[in-house]
Design a protein. Structure first.
Length: 484
């Protein structure tokens, strides 16, 4: 690879390579060992994992390279004799054949006491490399283990749409390590999911909220009559008001959970189209029909499967190319309006910072321990200097507060006012503690405006506001690379 890069620009299909991806929850027991052009080795718990890519047919001095890579890998493995060994990758040779390359791998397996996982757990699929254009297949990818007792499963995964020539191999291992909650600048949590109202069947949400809120409107109207009578008799039913408010919230949340997809910010690609969705469905259907028919290598079923897959693959490449030459509608609108704040907000949502450095607080990386440390710190900071003086001030405030009634409101709420306030609420803002955002109200059936108007007037008439209505939450924000 180094010689090819130094010779000038690369053209055509890229070279192969090796890599090992490790979950952050396993970083506490992971040690990177070596990463070279032909193999990558890491130690995780009591396992030494090696990913290899050996020379293919046509490579100059293939046998020499083959032997050199395996001997070099032997040298690395010898330094970790106490660990169980798992080696997997593209060996570019069928180990069931009799030639010098398979002999080299067999000797390597004997030296390191390795067993083939496909022999321990035989699978229905025997080939791991499939070239449909040349109509050929072979078994050249393998996983080998030195501990067959702790290697509990193996499979060659045949997915419906595979845009690679190689089939993925799966091995399940038992390790003596447990998953640890490692804390990073993204809090090591799953990507935050948002309601994607721009990719939702809004009409279904609209109709569903109408059906759910109609009984609530009837209850509010009944409650209005009851409260107007009870107001003069001092028998107000505050629990009924609280119940109606919770019903409104529950109806909106239920409708959103049922019809509005929740996705991460970068889940949807702006270049993705309905055409690609249909092509993907056709490719999956044709692949399943081809497999159910016994995987024929000619005939109409094979041709349809091949055409659908190639068309889907080509259209993905064409649409992906647009990412470098076209703007999304949101970015374009922000540029036209010359809104720098909105532009960069859209930009960051499309191209977020993927850096996720591990946070180290007082030598601790465990999230739960870090949270406890922060809680203890702020508890100390917020303690009063004089507890007696603090109690006196609290009692004094309570005496003043109990007689406070506020300024009287001369006018009631009307539907026009509530409607205008809802329409002017900005979209894309964080939801409250009740999981409601502006979109929940703006895309719901207008019956919600009538209910809110009547409910707010009940607040004024009774002087009672449901406790849930005033609840809020404070969300901590991490600023990476900036002082706060």
């Amino acid at each position: 690879m180094e010689n090819s890069v130094s010779a000038g620009p690369l053209f055509g299909r890229p070279f192969g390579g090796t890599a090992v991806l490790v979950k952050k929850s396993l970083l506490h027991c992971m040690t990177p060992v070596v990463s070279k052009e032909r193999f990558t080795v890491v130690a995780i718990g009591n396992w030494l994992l090696a990913s290899v890519y050996l020379p293919c047919a046509g490579t100059a001095d293939r046998q020499s390279l083959y032997d050199d890579v395996l001997l070099e890998l032997d040298s690395v493995i010898s330094d970790y004799n106490e660990l169980d060994l798992l080696v997997g990758g593209d060996f570019n040779v069928d180990l069931d054949t009799n030639n010098s390359y398979s002999a080299s791998v067999s000797n390597f397996m004997m030296r390191n006491n390795l067993k083939r996982c496909d022999k321990i757990y035989p699978t229905g699929i025997k080939h791991t490399y499939v070239n449909e254009a040349l109509q050929c297949s072979s078994a050249i990818d393998f996983i080998m283990t030195s501990n067959d007792q702790s290697t509990v499963a193996f499979n060659i995964v045949d997915i419906d749409i595979n845009l690679s020539d190689h089939l993925p191999l799966l091995a399940v291992l038992i390790t003596n390590e447990t998953v640890t909650n490692i804390c990073s600048n993204s809090f090591n949590q799953a990507p935050q999911r948002f309601f994607r109202w721009d990719h939702a069947p809004l009409w279904s949400y609209y109709e569903h909220t109408r059906a759910l809120l109609e009984p609530v409107l009837t209850e509010v109207q009944r409650l209005e009559n009851v409260v107007e009578f009870a107001y003069g008799h001092n028998v107000l039913d505050y629990d009924a008001i609280d119940k109606v408010y919770r019903q409104v919230v529950d109806c909106l949340v239920e409708g959103a959970n049922m019809f509005i997809p929740q996705r991460s910010q970068i889940f949807f690609k702006f270049w993705w189209s309905q055409e690609l969705t249909l092509l993907r469905e056709h490719a999956i259907e044709s692949a399943r029909a081809w497999k159910d028919s016994g995987r024929p290598r000619n005939g109409p079923i094979f041709l349809k499967y091949k055409q659908c897959k190639l068309l889907y693959k080509r259209r993905i490449k064409e649409e992906q190319a647009r990412e470098n030459v076209e703007f999304s509608n949101d970015l374009h609108d922000a540029l036209l309006q010359k809104s720098g704040k909105e532009f960069w907000k859209c930009w960051k949502s499309k191209f977020p910072n993927k850096n996720s450095n591990i946070l180290l607080i007082d030598g601790v990386t465990d999230c739960n321990t870090i949270v406890d440390l922060f809680a203890q710190h702020f508890e100390r900071v917020c303690m009063p200097f004089n507890p007696n003086r603090c109690d006196d001030l609290k009692e004094s405030y309570g005496e003043i507060r109990k007689d406070y009634v506020g300024s009287p409101l001369a006018e009631n709420f009307d539907i026009a006012l509530i409607d205008e306030l809802l329409r002017n609420m900005k979209k894309g803002r964080a939801a409250g503690i009740d999981d409601l955002s502006a979109e929940h109200l703006q895309y719901a059936h207008p019956i919600v405006i009538v209910i809110l108007c009547k409910l707010f007037n009940l607040f004024l008439l009774t002087g009672h506001v449901p406790p849930d209505f005033g609840k809020t939450k404070t969300q901590g924000v991490t600023f990476v690379g900036h002082s706060v």
